[in-house]
Design a binder for this molecule. Structure first.
Ligand SMILES: [Zn+2]
Length: 306
């Protein structure tokens, strides 16, 4: 098989936490994360994402450059990941959701995951009315994960307002408090994002205000999400966001253009693969990082880079 032959790799993390539930594969354990950082020091050149983007523009990317990124803005990034990154002297960029979701209430995918995990073992009917159509599931233990993915796909294209009543139905069905924010699933408050960005290693950039699947939403809403998130970062950190990442990886040509028009210098997607000199700076590929050992990450990096 031909090697991908990339010049650089951008790693994509979400939560750094021990969470045996983790229905969406969002977590890397702190122990594995530390092993990843040791592996990065061993086999790659940890690089600031801003430096990689400049290198792509000027044609000077260092071989083996690897950038660490986080999406969403979970508080464990500040409390767990940041001290480890500092210890290893490895830079990182956080793409933060700038609205109140994740703070006043949990992110919708966490609320969905929690509802489906609650009452595990009992068979019950779940009815959700999505887009004027009633959907019904017989929820049994072995099917929970698959039903969770189905509901995830139904909720993904919706606006926050359309999604909220459905999340309340789910919470009631599961017998959980729809407004409770578990400390383990909380997103950072603005003052915590400011602390996250302190020092030469860390950058905080934008991941929209409300985390919509951009390309599935009307263009005016996309534009507002991009402009406001960029301005929020500017209010908190003194400089408007330079970079963004696409929520759920959803982007098309129009979304890409709106990102440029909103004043961003680059954007990261979720397309898998290494970055090459010819990569589009507004569609930078990344590597999704699973909760795997340092050895596994090192092998994958060598495959992608050398
Ligand atoms: Zn996200």
């Amino acid at each position: 098989m031909r090697r991908p032959g990339g010049q650089a790799v951008i790693l994509m993390y979400h939560r750094i936490a021990d969470d045996p539930g983790d229905p969406w594969g969002n977590c890397v354990s702190p122990a594995n994360f530390e092993a990843h950082l040791a592996a990065l020091r061993r086999v790659a050149r940890p690089t600031r994402l801003a430096e990689l983007v400049e290198g792509l523009a000027s044609g000077t990317v260092r071989d083996g450059a690897v950038c660490v990124t986080f999406d969403d803005g979970y508080v464990d990034n500040l409390e767990v990941a940041r001290p480890l990154l500092e210890r290893y002297g490895i830079p990182a960029t956080l793409f933060a959701i700038t609205g109140r979701e994740g703070r006043d209430r949990e992110f919708w995918w966490d609320r969905l995951g929690r509802a489906l995990a609650a009452g595990e073992g009992q068979e019950t009917d779940l009815v959700l009315e999505v887009g004027g159509e009633a959907r019904k599931w017989r929820v049994t233990a072995p099917q929970r994960r698959e039903i969770g993915r189905e509901i995830h796909a139904l909720l993904l294209p919706l606006s926050t307002e359309e999604r909220e009543p459905l999340l309340r139905v789910l919470a009631e069905w599961a017998g959980v408090d729809p407004d409770e924010v578990r400390p383990s699933h909380r997103a950072m408050e603005p003052e915590e994002l400011v602390r996250m960005a302190e020092g030469p290693l860390f950058d905080v950039e934008a991941h929209t205000v409300n985390h919509p699947a951009l390309s599935l939403r009307p263009p005016p809403e996309q534009g507002r999400e991009l402009e406001r998130a960029r301005a929020h970062v500017g209010t908190w950190l003194g400089t408007p966001a330079r970079g963004m990442s696409y929520p759920h990886g959803r982007v098309d040509d129009l979304t890409r253009r709106l990102v440029q028009e909103a004043g961003y210098a680059y954007a990261c997607g979720s397309a898998e693969g290494p970055v090459r000199m010819e990569s589009d700076p507004f569609m930078l590929p990344r590597a999704y990082i699973a909760d795997s050992s340092g050895e596994t990450l090192a092998r994958r990096l060598k495959w992608l880079l050398y």
